[in-house]
Design a protein around this ligand. Structure first.
Ligand code: ADP
Ligand code: PHD
Length: 478
C-alpha cells in the first residue's frame, strides 16, 4: 500500500482560492496514491493573530480591544467558509465559532488574572490549525472527496515542553495507526491539524513555530508513509531565499544532510526537525508549490545524484548574539568548555554555532539575541574564580550578528571551497567575525554583522552560479 502524507502551509490555506488549489491537488493525489493524508497549518497569519490577542489580553487588560481582534478572526474564517461551502456552511461556521468562543474564554481568564501560562498559550496558539482543518475537510467533502478532520492532539503524544514539545514516537505511532488506519481503509482522506499535539494526560501542546512540517514527518513515520510532500508557496528548496536573492533557482535534489544544514541555518522553507522522523525510516521528502503543482519541486533523499558545483545553496539566520570567552589562562585547562556550555544550558539557550581558537585561548559561540544577557550573567558567576585570577580576561558579547551558511555535500574532498567563499565575502567588503565548519564538511558557516548579512548571502549566491558553470560530475554524496 502506497501512502502519501501531504502538508499545506499557511499560504496554501490562506484564502478560499488557495484552499481550492489544495483540494484540486488532493483529488489528483488520490488518483495516483492508495492513501493520502492531508496535514494543514493555520490560515496564513492566524497563529500570529492568536498570539497577539492573548498578549493584548494579558498586558492591556482591554476587553474591548480583545473583542475587536476576536471579531476580525471570526470574520476572516467566515469569509473563507462563505466562499467555499454550501450545504455544510452553517455547521462549519458554528464549529469555528465554538473554537473562537474557547479562545475568548481562555483570553478572558488571562485578562482578568494578567497572567499567561505556557500551557494556556499552547491551547490558544493551536486554535488556528483546529479551525483550518475543519474548513479544508468540509471543502473536500463539498467537492465529493471523502474527508474527515482530526485534531493531532488525539494522535501526536508529546512531552510537556510547551511551545517546544517533542513527540513520544511509540505512543504516537500506536494512536495514529489505531485512529487513522480504519479511516484510510474506508478510502477517507484524513485532514489533520499540523503544529499541535497533547501530553499523555491530554493537555494540548505545540511543536514550536513552523512545526506543521514536523507534524507531517511525524505522521508519515507513524503511518510508514511511502513519501512526505511539503506544499508551500515556492517551487521547491532554492539556492537562496528568493526574497534576498531574486535570481535564486530551485534545487532538484538534496540529501538529508544538506537540507538539515539549510533548515537549521535559517532556510524557512522547511522546519529543521522535519528531517529526523523521515531520515530514520528512509522516507523521501519532497517540497512542492501549491500554486504550481506540476513543478516537480525538490526531492530530499539519503544519497543525492552526482551534483554540479560544490556549493548548492546559501542561507542566513539573523538576530543572534556572539559570546566570546577569552584569556591566556584557558590554555590547556580541562573543563572550561564544559563549564561554559553548562552555564549556557542552565539558561536554556540553544547554541547555533561554536568556534574555538586552536591555541585554546578563546571559545566563541552564537545564540539567539533574546536571553544573551542572562547567559553572560550566568557565565560571570560560573567562571568567577578564573575571572578573578585573570585566567579569563573577557566574557564579551556582540549583539545583532548573523550566521551565513554555504551548504553542499560536494564540498567534501573538494579543495578550495573555503577560499572561494572567503574571496566572495572579501570582494563584497564584508568582515567575517568567526567561522565554523562541521565535520560532515557539508557546510561552512560565517558570523558577520547583521547589516551585512544580505549582501553576504548575495555574494556567496553569485559564487554558486559560477560553480554551476564549472560543473563536474562527482560521486553520489550523503
Ligand atoms: N532556500 C530557500 N528556498 C525556498 N524558500 C525559502 C528559502 N529560504 C527561505 N525561504 C522562504 O520560505 C518561504 C516558505 O516558508 P513558509 O513561509 O514557512 O511556508 P509555509 O507557510 O508554506 O510553511 C518561501 O516563501 C521563501 O520566501
Ligand atoms: N501555524 C503555525 C505552524 C506552522 O507550521 O505554520 P506554517 O506551515 O505556515 O509555517 C505557525 O505559524 O507557526
Amino acid at each position: 500500500m502506497r501512502l502519501l502524507v501531504t502538508k499545506f502551509g499557511g499560504t496554501s490555506v490562506g484564502s478560499a482560492e488557495a484552499i481550492r488549489g489544495l483540494t484540486a491537488i488532493t483529488t489528483t493525489n488520490r488518483t495516483t496514491w492508495d492513501h493520502v493524508v492531508v496535514v494543514v497549518s493555520a490560515l496564513s497569519g492566524v497563529t500570529d493573530k492568536l498570539l497577539n490577542i492573548v498578549r493584548v489580553a494579558q498586558t492591556t487588560g482591554d476587553a474591548a480591544a480583545v473583542a475587536t481582534l476576536h471579531a476580525e478572526l471570526r470574520q476572516r474564517h467566515h469569509d473563507v467558509i462563505g466562499e467555499l461551502l454550501d450545504a455544510e456552511q452553517a455547521a462549519i461556521q458554528t464549529e469555528i465559532d465554538g473554537l473562537l468562543d474557547e479562545c475568548a474564554r481562555l483570553c478572558e481568564g488571562v485578562r482578568v488574572l494578567g497572567e499567561l501560562t505556557p500551557r494556556t498559550l499552547d491551547a490558544i496558539a493551536g486554535l488556528g490549525e483546529r479551525m483550518s482543518a475543519r474548513i479544508v475537510a468540509a471543502t473536500l467533502r463539498h467537492l465529493g472527496v471523502p474527508a474527515q478532520h482530526f485534531d493531532a492532539s488525539d494522535l501526536i503524544v508529546t512531552d510537556d515542553r510547551y511551545q517546544d514539545a517533542s513527540p513520544l514516537m511509540p505512543e504516537t505511532t500506536e494512536r495514529t495507526t489505531a485512529t487513522l488506519g480504519p479511516i484510510l481503509d474506508q478510502g477517507i482522506t484524513p485532514v489533520v491539524t499540523g503544529f499541535i499535539g497533547a501530553t499523555l494526560a491530554g493537555v494540548k501542546t505545540t511543536l514550536g513555530r513552523g512545526g506543521s512540517d514536523w507534524s507531517a514527518a511525524i505522521l508519515g513515520a507513524a503511518l510508514e508513509a511511502s513519501e512526505v510532500w511539503i506544499y508551500t508557496d515556492v517551487d521547491g528548496v532554492m539556492t537562496a531565499d528568493p526574497r534576498i536573492a531574486p535570481d535564486a533557482h530551485v534545487i532538484s535534489t538534496l540529501s538529508y544532510n544538506e537540507i538539515s544544514e539549510l533548515a537549521y541555518y535559517g532556510a524557512k522553507v522547511l522546519h529543521p526537525k522535519t528531517i529526523r522522523p523521515v531520515v530514520e525510516r528512509g522516507i523521501p521528502l519532497r517540497v512542492k508549490n501549491t500554486f504550481n503543482p506540476s513543478h516537480p519541486g525538490t526531492v530530499i533523499v539519503g544519497k543525492t545524484e552526482p551534483i554540479v558545483g560544490a556549493i548548492k545553496a546559501v542561507t542566513a539566520i539573523h538576530n543572534l548574539t556572539m559570546i566570546t570567552v577569552a584569556g591566556r589562562g584557558m590554555l590547556g585547562v580541562p573543563g572550561i568548555a564544559a563549564r561554559t556550555f553548562g552555564a549556557v544550558a542552565r539558561e536554556d539557550a540553544s547554541i547555533l554555532m561554536i568556534s574555538q581558537a586552536s591555541s585554546e585561548q578563546s571559545i566563541c559561540f552564537v545564540i539567539p539575541d533574546g536571553g544573551a544577557k542572562r547567559v553572560v550573567e550566568s557565565l560571570n558567576q560560573e567562571l568567577a574564580v578564573e575571572l578573578e585570577r585573570r585566567d579569563i580576561d573577557t566574557i564579551a558579547l556582540e549583539e545583532g550578528v548573523s550566521i551565513i551558511t554555504a551548504v553542499g555535500a560536494g564540498m567534501r574532498g573538494t579543495t578550495g571551497v573555503a577560499k572561494r567563499v572567503f574571496s566572495a565575502i572579501g570582494d563584497a567588503e564584508i568582515n567575517v567575525i568567526a567561522i565554523a565548519q562541521g565535520s560532515s564538511e557539508c557546510a561552512i558557516s560565517l558570523v558577520v554583522s547583521g547589516d551585512s548579512a544580505k549582501a553576504g548571502v548575495r555574494a556567496i549566491h553569485a559564487l554558486t552560479y559560477r560553480e554551476t558553470i564549472n560543473a563536474q560530475h562527482r560521486p553520489p554524496c550523503e
